[in-house]
Design a protein around this ligand. Structure first.
Ligand code: DX5
Ligand code: ZN
Length: 239
């Protein structure tokens, strides 16, 4: 199957032309994942965020490879697998083989981030580094060029429905400056507590892709909530 590319770029830039919304299945109804995918597709959201937790790096256990394989058969949208697991090298390429388009790993979970990123790319995926709220973006300076995107956590990973940590806005700006200085336009994703209140500001600060769980799936009308978030994100777009 020909997977839909996540965006069409005007140049060779890794950055998407328009802001991307990635609904997080963590907040979805796991007994109705197929229907939840249809809702995401109908809402205009362009990416599906899949939270993989191992009960060790984070205190929660969620889903793994077999579920990703099933999701792959059920949608052409890009699957964005956020691995909150220790020793991510053991599984990262497996997630690409299972159908993930993007795979991100936590810098805090891996003493060999460079090697794991290379394994993801080698398998054909887009490779991302995730930073917890307390990890400074400056720790990425010597990895620029080795990843396709950075995911900044705006909550402590492990659970959906937590409150957004506002200080992350400054991290987005600093990371945006870093990529301008380096001339390597990796894309910036933000995950945790994203809502109508902060979506515009995050895009304005330089974020390209926002993950949202509760703001979509716990809304009365999830499809309308996703569409509303996207609208807010477009408003934050820089000219
Ligand atoms: C948290 C996960 C997030 C989570 C976001 O560890 O990485 O993707 O699902 O959910 P909300 O948007 O509800 O904070
Ligand atoms: Zn996530």
């Amino acid at each position: 199957m020909e997977w839909k590319r996540p965006w069409h770029t005007r140049s060779m830039s890794l950055r998407p032309d328009t802001p991307l919304l990635a609904p997080s299945l963590l907040s979805a109804d796991f007994s109705r994942l197929g229907e939840e995918l249809r809702m995401i597709e109908a809402s205009g959201a362009q990416v599906v965020h899949v939270d993989v937790m191992d009960g060790r790096f984070v205190p929660n256990i969620t889903i793994g490879l077999p579920v990703v394989e099933s999701l792959r058969k059920a949608t052409t949208l890009p699957l964005d697998c956020h691995l909150m697991i220790v020793e991510p090298l053991r599984y990262a390429a497996e997630f690409v083989k299972a159908g993930a388009d993007w795979v991100s790993i936590h810098q805090e979970a891996d003493p060999h981030v460079h090697r794991t990123l290379a394994a993801i790319r080698q398998a054909g995926g887009k490779a991302g580094v995730v930073l917890n709220p307390g990890t400074p973006v400056e720790t990425l300076v010597d990895l620029v060029g080795d990843f396709d995107f950075v995911l900044l956590m705006s909550v402590n990973p492990g659970f959906g429905g937590q409150s957004f940590i506002p200080r992350v806005l400054d991290k987005v700006k600093r990371l945006d400056t870093l990529r301008t200085e380096r001339g390597l336009p990796f894309f910036i994703q933000v995950d945790g507590g994203v809502s109508l209140k902060n979506a515009g500001d995050l895009i304005r600060a330089g974020a390209d892709c926002l993950v949202a769980g509760n703001a979509i799936f716990k809304a009365e009308d999830p499809k309308a909530a996703a569409a509303g978030l996207l609208q807010e994100m477009f408003k934050g777009r820089r000219a």
